[in-house]
Write a protein that binds this ligand. Structure first.
Ligand code: G3H
Length: 249
């Protein structure tokens, strides 16, 4: 059985004044709960401060993307090693917003995940279909191709996390139904089983992301193959994020 991960993604939100939310999450969390990891992925500008705010608690902090190289002439970019140096344990790679805004391909995402592993970080590899693909009945095939292309060749099952985020449910308030989530998560698990073997595939946390809120988290997190959430908007406020954490199985 995979461990549970409740992860927040602050995206391009948060100034120093938002650190109070992180302090609240950290103090409410304390030592946390056995088997449930809690993570906030924050803008790079806040990472070291967030790590400091989380110190002494079970709260982990992570980055939102990384370059494939460890260092070099890449103005404005940030490497996985730099994220680790600032206190990150995880990094999100291949979020649909990055795939769209920065034309990141499966190949790029696999290289970023590889960079994360090189730096000792856990990559959270994001996949998910557009509304057009869902309407055309292409969801399972598309998600399978993203899994195929976005997980680096040498990765071990124990080292990665997958987040399924249907693009049409991100920031829209429209949540995928429990049936839709169940169908896709089962298919993802089966694909991972073909790649890593069923026993190892069972150890990979599969997160759902897309308008997860305190009032719908319980039923989503109760789905068999859902091992947590990747939460955008509702992770910005400690009270909402903690209310979702409280419903983690
Ligand atoms: O990474 C998080 C997802 O994009 C979900 O964002 P959201 O919870 O604001 O819909």
């Amino acid at each position: 059985m995979a461990r549970t991960l409740i992860a927040g993604n602050w995206k391009m939100n948060g100034l120093k004044e938002s650190l109070g939310e992180i302090r609240t999450v950290a103090s409410e969390l304390g030592n946390g709960r056995e088997g449930v990891e809690v993570l906030l992925c924050v803008p790079a500008t806040l990472l070291a401060l967030a790590a400091e705010a989380a110190e002494g608690s079970a709260l982990k902090v992570g980055g939102e993307t990384c370059h494939t190289a460890a260092s070099g002439a890449h103005t404005g970019d940030i490497s996985a090693e730099m994220l680790a140096d600032a206190g990150a344990s995880h990094v999100i790679v291949g979020h649909s917003e990055r795939r769209m805004d920065h034309a990141e391909t499966n190949e790029t995402v696999a290289a970023q995940a590889e960079a994360a592993l090189r730096a000792g970080l856990t990559p959270i590899i994001c996949i998910g279909e557009s509304l057009e693909q869902r309407k055309a009945g292409e969801t399972l095939g598309f998600v399978a191709s993203q899994i195929e292309g976005s997980i680096p060749a040498g990765a071990d099952a124990e080292q990665i996390v997958i987040a399924y985020e249907p693009i049409w449910a991100i920031g829209t308030g429209e949540v995928a139904s429990v049936e839709q989530i169940d169908e896709v998560h089962r298919a993802i698990r089966a694909r991972l089983g073909e790649r890593f073997g069923p026993e190892k595939a069972d150890l990979i946390p599969l997160l759902y992301g897309g308008s997860m809120k305190p009032d719908n988290a319980g039923e989503i997190l109760a789905v068999d193959d859902v091992n947590g959430g990747l939460i955008g908007g509702a992770s910005l406020k400690a009270a909402d994020f903690l209310a979702i954490y409280a419903q983690a199985k």
